[in-house]
Design a protein around this ligand. Structure first.
Ligand code: PLZ
Length: 439
């Protein structure tokens, strides 16, 4: 690895050169496109981001769970570079190439279940979710789509309708797509229900307000991402899956954030032995290049008429080569195991933080997808102000942390799985200081 694996601050964060470039961004980039931490990056790898001022920051965000294999990971760079030099695009719908088919073959092997599977490739997570819904509608001949409280599925028109949170994702952007219905999620910290109880509550809403006879699919994140890293109580997902199966409703797992080794398994659905009918993937699949997929039961995928699925760039050859490189990294370094290791370290650090800081109401997550939820001590009243203060402290000290949650009071930790142990430990020292400094 060429980039020194260290945190090194030589200016304030952001530094003067980043601030100068931020001014240029303000001139040319639409204000609606925000940046959480405006340090302009020039190189990244391992667990480090280097900026234009010469600072090295520790990355606990992976560009929102994308660079799971690390930035510029060797197999990704090698395979994508070779492909870049060979050809950059033909459009798979016009003249095909092996990389696309190879990625689909890998997806059939890696996603949950040993039934016959097929895939279609796209560019973004939102596009994958949209296409999963298209497949489910054609396959069932039904229209309605069930989603959950706190869900995040994207920013396109259909996926905005499926996303729960208004600000900033939906406000003013309606009217939204119809036939999307929302059920209560299992949120153990806030509802105290068992998985079975929470599933019964959700199923009751779907049966009374929509009807299984009208439902094409239930779309669920096995661990919710943007909504707050909400891990449903054990038994919730299997109960929803069983109900869907018994009622002819397609179960779609949105594994866009939780998939590809993040939680310590290849997919978060694996942890509870849930076998979705369709799986939407993106983010971690290609080490940073834009690629997304819908993978599912062959007979469901094949229910769509010829030409019904596609797009100019879907399954771009360079992105496919990058995905094959990313999967090679995951296998070669046993990244599911590495995610479990990182998870154990983070869980230990966060549990001890919780003992000291009563503002931490909940520690949750799985593998390298962990979070803390900040509340007024002794209550479940969200504390987004303290959350923002702790994040700001971490950023100023050169640690990139992300927040999330319906109430803006969740810190999420999504380190690249290539982060060295020492750097991870140092990052959590900074997080600890941030809690002390803002107490
Ligand atoms: N489904 C579960 O996490 C993307 C969104 C960041 P795209 N999450 C990060 C932002 O503010 O836009 C996501 C996700 C889940 C779908 C998506 C959408 O994936 O690749 O951003 O379209």
């Amino acid at each position: 690895m060429d980039i020194a694996q260290e945190r090194r601050l030589v200016t304030a964060v952001p530094g003067p050169e980043s601030l100068r470039r931020l001014e240029r961004k303000r001139q040319h980039v639409a204000d609606g496109v925000g940046t959480m931490l405006p340090v302009f990056v020039v190189a990244a790898g391992g667990g480090v981001l280097q900026d234009v001022d010469g600072n090295s920051l520790i990355d606990l965000g992976s560009g929102i769970a994308v660079t799971t294999v690390g930035n510029a990971a060797p197999h990704v760079v090698r395979r994508a570079s070779e492909q870049l030099a060979a050809f950059t695009h033909t459009c798979f719908m016009i003249t095909p190439y092996d990389g696309y088919v190879d990625v689909c073959a890998e997806l059939a092997e890696l996603t949950p279940g040993d039934h016959a599977k097929k895939s279609a490739l796209f560019n973004s997570g939102a596009e994958a979710v949209e296409n999963a819904v298209k497949v489910a509608r054609v396959a069932t001949g039904k229209d309605a789509v069930a989603v959950f409280d706190h869900a995040y599925h994207g920013r396109t028109n259909l996926t905005m309708a499926m996303t729960a949170k208004n600000m900033p994702y939906k406000n003013g952007f309606g009217p939204f797509a119809g036939e999307v219905y929302r059920a209560p999620m299992s949120y153990p910290f806030r509802d105290g229900l068992s998985g079975e109880e929470a599933a019964a509550r959700a199923i009751d809403v779907l049966e009374k307000q929509v009807g299984a006879a009208n439902l094409a699919c239930v779309v669920i994140e096995p661990i919710q991402g943007e909504g707050g890293f909400i891990v449903p109580a054990p038994g919730f997902l299997p109960a929803i899956a069983a109900w869907a199966r018994e009622n002819g409703v397609v179960l779609v797992a949105d594994e866009i954030q939780s998939g590809f080794c993040r939680t310590g398994a290849w997919f978060a659905s694996d942890d509870e032995g849930v076998v979705p009918d369709l799986v939407a993937t993106a983010k971690g699949i290609a080490g940073g290049l834009p690629l997304a997929a819908v993978t599912g039961r062959a007979e469901l995928m094949d229910s769509v008429h010829a030409g019904g699925l596609g797009g100019t760039y879907g399954g771009n050859p360079v992105a496919c080569a990058a995905a094959l490189g990313a999967i090679e990294e995951m296998r070669e370094h046993d990244l599911p195991a590495r995610a479990r290791e990182i998870g154990a370290t983070m869980a230990g650090r966060l549990a001890s933080l919780q003992e000291t800081y009563a503002v931490i109401g909940d520690v949750r997550g799985r593998g390298a997808m962990m979070a803390v939820e900040l509340c007024t001590p002794g209550t479940t009243d969200p504390d987004p102000v303290r959350t923002a203060a702790v994040a700001a402290h971490c950023h100023a000290q050169g640690v990139v942390v992300l927040t999330c949650g319906t109430y803006g009071n969740v810190f999420r930790f999504l380190p690249p799985l290539s982060i060295p142990d020492a750097l991870l430990a140092e990052a959590f020292d900074v997080v600890e200081e941030a809690f002390a400094a803002t107490a």
